[in-house]
Design a protein around this ligand. Sequence first.
Ligand SMILES: [Zn+2]
Length: 64
Amino acid sequence: MALLDSGFLPRGNPCGQCGTPIPRPDWVESVPGRTSFLWFCRACDYRFEAIAIYEEHHPDSLAA
Ligand SMILES: [Zn+2]
C-alpha cells in the first residue's frame, strides 16, 4: 500500500482556534498504521494534533 506513504503530507490545515491556514505540520510522527501531525499556529500560538489512521495489514492485490 503506497497510497499514504511517507510522501503524503497534509497542507493548509486551518487552525482549530483562529482558522488561519497552516502551510504544513510542525511535527510529523509516523508509526505503522498511523501518522500523527502536530500543527502549530504562529498567529495565535495554538497547538493541536491530527492523526491519520490507515490500514497497514490490509492485503491489497491492486498494488501495481
Ligand atoms: Zn490560530
